[in-house]
Design a protein around this ligand. Structure first.
Ligand SMILES: Cc1ncc(COP(=O)(O)O)c(C=O)c1O
Length: 387
């Protein structure tokens, strides 16, 4: 028996090493503060938990999801996009519920790429973009996200032969790991560039509802022509503090949505009906809890930024996401600093190099702990950095 060659180039080694070290230290009884977790530490709003509990208890709601209509969920998604972004969507042709955005993030590669085709992937970037493209046999070209460009890709700098060969480009704002957001001009340029080069755009907007200073981020679909060139992935995970529900959506270009629907007809059996019901309720409910949740994330952001500044560590104040993207001290690589901070301060941050070569020299800090815990992490890091 031989595992398929397509898995040979997948990078799982660093993640395995990270998990092994964390497990070993915990076994040794160390109290690790894990600032690597990209999952909100808040519960979903209580009224949604009640709906989920009641639906889960219903004896008729445990069949294959295809026995239940999913049109109401599609309509709730379309209405939410209208309410939040002012975007009109046809719930039948331009909306497809997903088992979390990861579901679409992976399967869309089967729809847009044949073996040998080229996908453009941001660097630093969410590692699954590259992995998924490679699993389907595509080639990947990394597009640097540099600090001097506000961590946006410089589309003009993509060489013409690469742009013409590319079949697909990933964009992700608000961005994981840098926390950067994209202005309207970026999306306008992206749409023109994608049209000129006939490249499909996949915009990952999973973090649009975690934002600060009352500045809600945009959707790619707000901009004229977007639906002609691509789709947007979205998710309830970070929006409603419910990463475990596995509920997300893809919206936009009807040909891509139709292709994804065909693949998904064979890849899964749909979303557990109680999750559909609670997702609808979430999308239709008032958003007040988000303002409070975001206020708390903002407070944590400011505490941590001030602490890093005191230590002389440079960080980029994010307008959205619950991540801080910070420089590691110059004498270390990302990996050296993060592993040393783990062993000596028992604080874990993700080495920027995990997100690509342009992530080297950085680390990602998730603000998914209470202010007290974050202050303790800062105190430990301060002691460590003074050694
Ligand atoms: C940028 C980005 N996209 C997509 C996802 C996947 O989210 P989900 O599958 O829970 O919707 C994540 C999760 O952390 C992410 O950071």
């Amino acid at each position: 028996m031989q595992i398929a060659h397509r898995l040979e180039h997948l990078q799982g080694v660093l993640v395995m090493e990270m998990n092994m070290r964390l497990a070993r230290l915990r076994q040794e009884g160390k109290d690790i503060i894990n600032l690597g977790v990209g999952d909100p530490d808040f519960p979903p709003p209580p009224h949604l938990l009640k709906i989920l509990e009641e639906a889960a208890r219903h004896p008729d709601y445990h069949h294959y999801p295809s026995f239940y209509p999913n049109q109401p969920l599609k309509e709730a998604i379309a209405q939410w996009y209208k309410r939040r972004f002012g975007v009109d969507l046809d719930p039948i042709k331009e909306v497809l519920p997903l088992l979390g955005s990861t579901d679409g993030l992976f399967l869309i590669n089967l729809c847009l790429l044949d073996a040998g085709d080229l996908a453009l992937v941001p660097d630093p970037g969410y590692p699954s973009y590259e992995a998924a493209a490679k699993i389907v046999g595509a080639q990947v070209e990394k597009i640097p996200l540099l600090r001097e460009n506000g961590f946006l890709p410089n589309l003009e700098q993509i060489p013409a032969p690469i742009a013409q060969k590319a079949k697909m480009i990933w964009v992700n704002y608000p961005n994981n790991p840098t926390g950067a957001t994209a202005p309207p001009e970026f999306y306008e340029k992206l749409i023109a560039w994608a049209k000129a080069n006939e490249v499909g755009v996949v915009a990952d907007n999973a973090y649009s509802e975690v934002y600060f200073d009352n500045r809600p981020p945009h959707s790619f679909l707000e901009f004229p022509g977007a639906k002609e060139v691509g789709v947007e992935l979205h998710s309830l995970s970070k929006t409603y503090n419910c990463c475990g529900w596995r509920s997300g959506m893809v919206v936009g270009n009807k040909d891509i949505i139709s292709a994804l629907g065909k693949v998904k007809a064979h890849a899964d059996r749909g979303m557990f009906y109680p999750i559909q019901l609670v997702s609808m309720a979430a999308l239709q409910s008032a958003d007040e809890f988000m303002a409070e949740r975001n206020r708390i994330f903002q407070e944590r952001r400011d505490i941590f930024l001030a602490g890093l500044e005191e230590m002389g560590i440079e960080a980029y104040p994010p307008q959205a996401t619950f991540y801080l993207w910070a420089r590691v001290p110059p004498k270390y690589t990302s990996l050296e600093f993060c592993f040393q901070a783990l062993e000596e301060a028992n604080v874990w941050m993700i080495p920027g190099s995990l997100y690509g070569q342009y992530g080297e020299g950085y680390m990602r800090i998730a603000l998914t702990h209470s202010a007290e815990k974050l202050k303790e992490a800062l105190a430990r890091l301060k002691k460590f950095s003074q050694k």
